[in-house]
Design a protein. Structure first.
Length: 329
């Protein structure tokens, strides 16, 4: 049988000491990026697999991180988890996904279990953007998508105001002059924040009041009827989600309206299942959730290393223009 590569073998191939090789693979120490990359390539070439049990015993760490979420569907937590794993897997850390299903008792059960397992840290996320009460654990914690209500905690969130502003700027640049807004429940932070930004950016081009409802295609269809009865002159409808926008497009088509020739439509979230399958495909705001996950993971690694961050980090969104505003190319 082929003998398994050892850390000294990796060090010899990379031309560094065994200690330096260990630091490079564990993402610790003050090493240059070039050295870390040289060691990583040597380890990959030799098929080196770190002994996680030995590392845990010597460092007092388990090299596991938990992602605690209330997002049962995975709509938001799965992209965030992909970004988290992009960062953590480079340091040979494993990620445990814990779905609380929005149940406080289930959350407490998971927290007791994670403390007992001695995980190195926790990422807390969910399907809503409302700030949430912090969890009480003796571990490093970073909050993703929804900030902690404790300003001393580290939180990474999305700039929803900037995202909604980019949509209206796009529409105004295309010559749209009568812009309406359809969105979800008024008591949802994301719906209220996006609606304020749309109205504030559109100014005199904004038509009526934001139409609040639920996050469904059905409400999108109903909102079109409400909107066109009151404002038949509307030439653009911004929506607080892709699901709403798809319902809006379907109803406009049923009424004989062309999208975007008669009325341009925009979504939000850039959920490919909705945005790309819509007729026509939706111009939408991408929340950059994988990048949010990567930034969150880096903050958590800093906290685990004894250098915690504090306060809220707000990340930009990215507008993805498609046929619902641009028309067929």
């Amino acid at each position: 049988m082929k003998q398994q590569a050892r850390i000294v073998d990796v060090a010899a191939l990379a031309g560094v000491s065994a200690g330096t090789a260990s630091k490079a693979l564990n993402n610790t120490g003050q090493l240059s990026p070039a050295t870390r990359e040289r060691v990583r390539r040597a380890a990959e070439q030799l098929g080196f697999t770190p002994d996680t049990r030995g590392r845990a015993l010597s460092s007092g760490r388990t090299y596991t991180v938990a992602l605690l979420t209330t997002d049962s569907s995975g709509r938001f937590s799965i992209p965030i988890m992909r970004g988290v794993e992009d960062v953590l897997s480079a340091g040979e850390l494993a990620t445990i996904l814990c779905d609380t299903r929005d149940d406080p008792l289930r959350e407490q059960h998971y927290l007791r279990s994670l403390i007992a397992r001695r995980v190195d840290g926790i990422v807390v996320t969910g399907r809503r953007t409302e700030p949430r009460a912090p969890i009480d654990v003796p571990l490093p914690v970073v909050y993703a998508l929804a900030a902690s209500t404790d300003p001393d905690d580290a939180s990474v969130i999305v700039d929803d105001t900037g995202g909604a502003t980019s949509v209206v700027t796009h529409l105004l640049g295309l010559g749209r002059a009568r812009i309406a807004h359809v969105t979800g429940p008024a008591n949802h932070r994301s719906a209220a924040e996006r609606a304020r930004a749309v109205a504030g950016t559109a100014k005199r081009a904004f038509v009526g009041e934001p139409l609040f409802g639920d996050w469904s295609e059905r409400w999108g269809r109903q909102a079109v009827d409400v909107l066109l009865r009151a404002h038949p002159e509307v030439d653009a409808i911004t929506c607080g989600s892709d699901q709403l926008a798809r319902g809006v497009c379907d109803r406009l088509r049923e009424l004989g309206k062309s999208v975007p020739a008669d009325i341009a439509v925009t979504g939000y979230d850039n959920w490919s299942v909705m945005a790309e399958a819509s007729r026509p495909p939706l111009t939408s705001v991408d929340l950059q959730l994988e990048e949010l996950g990567r930034r969150t993971a880096n903050l958590l690694l800093d906290a685990i290393a004894g250098d915690p961050h504090h306060g809220v980090l707000e990340l930009p969104t990215h507008l993805i223009p498609r046929e619902s505003t641009l028309g067929m190319s």
